[in-house]
Design a protein around this ligand. Structure first.
Ligand code: UD1
Length: 372
């Protein structure tokens, strides 16, 4: 049985790495890793691959940046011949990036079964590029592996057959648990940046950082809060460009370069609170019991609010007022963690993949999607 895993952007690596490991336990499984090159900066890509002990990619497609159409088309064109040559039994994609959408589409058109890891999340906000990626990827996937029961309900309500959906839990939390201790011992916040009980900030969504006025207000508020609290802000390249373009030069707020996986985790595990517009961080803070303040109008991860530590603040001046009011509220001493976010999700994902795509004894031909 041959499985191709496709990664390319930062949030893909920590979801796919544990799944690769879990499938590697099975001798009958051959695995290949394709990196699309959507992210190519060392800290966004190679440093994560190394930190997560992933194998070197078998194929690196060097697609790089561009408009959504250019990037998606680049991945489609570059990945198609690789999939044709390799003829895998299934192609695994993760999350809601352009990499996931394009790889899934190329595979589906070749009638190769697509496994979507982290299926079924919905923000119901079609102004988010990721929402299109989620919906389309789910509807062309053959096996949909979900992180929470609300995702299953979303998929069923959209007409996806229940027997193609398997609730496996959150493989990103598998990575977190695997490297948590190492990250804690590294103690980067104190050792390298000289701070304790810090607030960790990440902001990179176009809907926030590309709006100069709104982003300027966020920076002003964070700068003000940073006069009394230590705030560390690893800056995504898009956000860096915006800061430079708008000539924003905060002084109290500590801007630092993007961090590799374990270094970032080290800053996270010792944070007193997180302010973010990231999807993954809403989940990681929930797993760690750290209060998370999300500067977005909606979330595709409602379980982090109902069963976690996430506060959806919205965007705009009201959101910043809520942030000021809530930032110092004491931490919940016994936070809940969603079911199956237990560090063993990838094992369940591997089992689901094996159940569906294992070749019958003696068979050499691969399965085609939906029994075609
Ligand atoms: C992508 C994902 C987003 C995810 C984020 C994590 C999509 C649609 N979006 O957004 O869901 O939360 O990754 O980072 O897939 N750039 C660099 N170096 C790089 C990569 C990008 O400088 O290695 C700059 C380029 O100017 C590029 C911009 O960042 O145009 C945006 O990169 P892109 O991959 O298009 O999307 P992200 O904003 O990173």
């Amino acid at each position: 049985m041959k499985i191709v895993h496709v990664v390319g952007a930062r949030p893909n690596f920590m979801k796919v790495a544990p799944t690769l490991d879990a499938l590697a336990e099975h001798d009958a499984v051959e695995q290949l890793l394709i990196h699309t090159g959507q992210h190519y900066d060392h800290e966004l890509s190679a440093a994560h691959v190394a930190d997560l002990d992933m194998p070197e990619p078998d194929y690196y497609l060097e697609v790089g940046s561009g408009t959504h159409a250019v990037q998606t088309a680049g991945i489609l064109t570059a990945i198609e011949p690789v999939l044709e040559r390799e003829e895998p039994d299934a192609v695994l994609v993760a999350g809601d990036t352009n990499t996931a959408l394009a790889a899934a589409l190329a595979a589906a058109k070749l009638r190769l079964p697509v496994v979507h890891l982290e299926a079924g999340l919905r923000s119901r906000d079609r102004t988010m590029p990721e929402e299109h990626n989620r919906v389309i990827t789910d509807h062309i996937a053959d096996l949909l592996l979900t992180t929470s029961a609300d995702a299953d309900r979303n998929l069923v309500s959209e007409g996806i057959a229940a027997d193609r959906i398997v609730l496996v839990g959150n493989t990103m939390i598998d990575s977190l648990r695997k490297y948590e201790e190492r990250a804690r011992e590294l103690d980067l916040a104190r050792r390298e940046f000289g701070v304790e009980d810090h607030v960790l900030v990440t902001l990179h969504r176009p809907s926030l950082v590309d709006d100069e006025a709104a982003f300027g207000e966020v920076i002003e508020t964070l700068e003000d809060l940073a006069r009394t609290r230590s705030i560390l802000f690893p800056v995504h390249p898009r956000t860096q460009r915006m800061l430079e373009g708008a000539r924003l030069r905060p002084r109290a707020l500590r801007l630092i370069p993007p961090q590799s996986y374990v270094r970032f985790l080290s800053l996270l595990v010792r944070a007193a609170a997180v302010v973010t517009d990231s999807g993954g961080l809403q989940e990681e803070t929930t797993a760690l019991g750290i209060p998370c303040f999300t500067l977005r109008a909606n979330t595709e991860r409602p379980v982090t609010i109902s069963e976690g530590t996430n506060h959806l603040l919205g965007i705009g001046p009201g959101a910043l007022e809520r942030l000021r009011a809530l930032l110092d509220v004491p931490r919940d001493p016994s936070p809940r963690i969603p079911p199956l976010w237990d560090g063993a999700a990838a094992q369940r994902a591997a089992d689901a993949i094996l159940r569906r795509y294992r070749r019958p004894e003696g068979a050499t031909a691969r399965f085609l999607v939906h029994g075609a």
